[in-house]
Design a protein around this ligand. Structure first.
Ligand SMILES: C[S@@+](CC[C@H](N)C(=O)[O-])C[C@H]1O[C@@H](n2cnc3c(N)ncnc32)[C@H](O)[C@@H]1O
Length: 359
């Protein structure tokens, strides 16, 4: 039976399984999720191959909260001979090749777990030989073509892998579905990477220009020690940093930051409104979603980027409820908003939300 395979952070398989089930039903694709807790991926088994293909074509990684990468599985290969893994993998790919849509990229991945990471070297080496063979066999273009179909091989053990494909626009363009970032020297906290990843992966280039305009103003609720403020300052923005804690001295020295030891739930912007509201306060998701809605509805902020802390249990349900509350309020406004919700690589037990007001 065909399936859709989706990667996630280890421990989030239940949430991803619920999300895939909900999305598959909405697309009329019948099946069920299968996973083991902690394995870092979920397989959504479809009752027929056409449904798996439809899911692969219509459901984008960017439309999901918990999936990092997704592809349609055509073959599950077990007991591979360690001396010749290439033969069966190549045969499986050739059997499912689609000449109408040239394969432009190859991914050889593993799960983001301790067991998965033990396969990293194998994946790297195997990718080199498989790429050469695919090119020789006219299954892969010589020049990388991100707009083509991608071939995926996902190793789950030294002798076991899943083989399949993904459509352009629906996948992540990063190895293992992970957007890696270097910690910026001078940033006061690792949290800075959460906002950087959100900016680089959840906003389009045009949205970035609009939302993070140099010279414009932002409010950062729960700002200390200043990792998120740092991202805004480095883009030339002026920031009101709200937190009872201590803010990084070099950020204050930039002349672009005002620090207010105030409560983020009652704070009002100094000039009545700002371009961007960001919020990393650790609070109940519904409370934060309500606060963000208030700022956007009353136009205290044009756009918002914020985190919703995930509870220990019923994470998918809790976050869906918070999202629905916010969406309902935004839908009533004359303005249109582009919203995106993502469990990012640099997030742990939280998801990031971007809300961009359309011009
Ligand atoms: C996860 S930390 C923020 C880290 C920050 N984004 C960074 O990059 O350095 C959460 C912060 O929210 C602040 N906080 C929590 N509740 C708050 C509230 N009601 N008003 C203002 N700040 C609050 C805490 O003091 C804490 O510094």
């Amino acid at each position: 039976m065909s399936s859709l395979l989706a990667y996630c952070r280890s421990g989030y398989e239940t949430d991803l399984a619920k999300e895939l089930t909900e999305k598959a039903i909405a697309l009329n694709c019948m099946g069920y999720p299968r996973f083991l807790p902690g394995q870092g991926y979920v397989k959504y088994i479809c009752y027929n191959a056409a449904d798996a293909d439809t899911l692969g074509k219509k459901l984008a990684v960017s439309d999901t909260i918990f999936a990092r990468q997704m592809f349609v599985v055509t073959d599950h290969l077990e007991q591979l001979d360690k001396a010749d893994r290439l033969g069966p993998v190549l045969a499986a790919i050739k059997a499912n090749d689609n000449p109408a849509m040239k394969n432009g990229i190859l991914y050889v991945d593993h799960a983001d777990t301790d067991d998965g990471k033990a396969l990293a070297k194998l994946c790297r080496k195997f990718a080199v030989v498989l790429r050469q063979s695919l090119r020789k066999n006219h299954c892969l273009t010589y020049k990388e073509q991100p707009h083509g179909r991608a071939i995926h091989v996902f190793f789950t053990d030294f002798d076991t892998c899943q083989v399949g494909y993904s459509y352009p626009g629906c996948r992540s363009n990063h190895a293992n579905g992970i957007y890696r970032l270097k910690f910026p020297t001078g940033a006061p906290s690792r949290s800075t990477l959460k906002l950087e990843e959100a900016i680089l992966t959840m906003l389009t280039e045009q949205e970035r220009d609009e939302v993070l305009r140099a010279g414009s103003r932002a409010v950062d609720l729960g700002a200390c020690p200043g990792g998120w403020t740092y991202q805004l300052v480095r883009r030339g923005m002026y920031v009101e940093a709200i937190d009872n804690g201590e803010i990084d001295a070099s950020l204050m020295a930039s002349g672009q930051v005002e620090h207010f030891a105030a409560d983020g739930f009652t704070y009002q912007p100094q000039m009545g409104r700002v371009e961007l509201l960001v919020c990393d306060m650790i609070e109940q998701p519904n409370r934060v979603a309500k606060l963000m809605g208030d700022w956007l509805v009353h136009r205290l902020a044009e756009h918002a980027i914020f985190n919703l802390k995930l509870p220990m249990k019923k994470r998918f349900e809790t976050v869906s409820e918070a999202i629905a509350l916010l969406q309902e309020r935004l839908d009533k406004l004359d303005h249109e908003f582009v919203t995106c919700f993502k469990h990012l690589y640099h997030n742990r037990d939280e998801i990031t939300v971007t809300v961009v007001r359309k011009v």
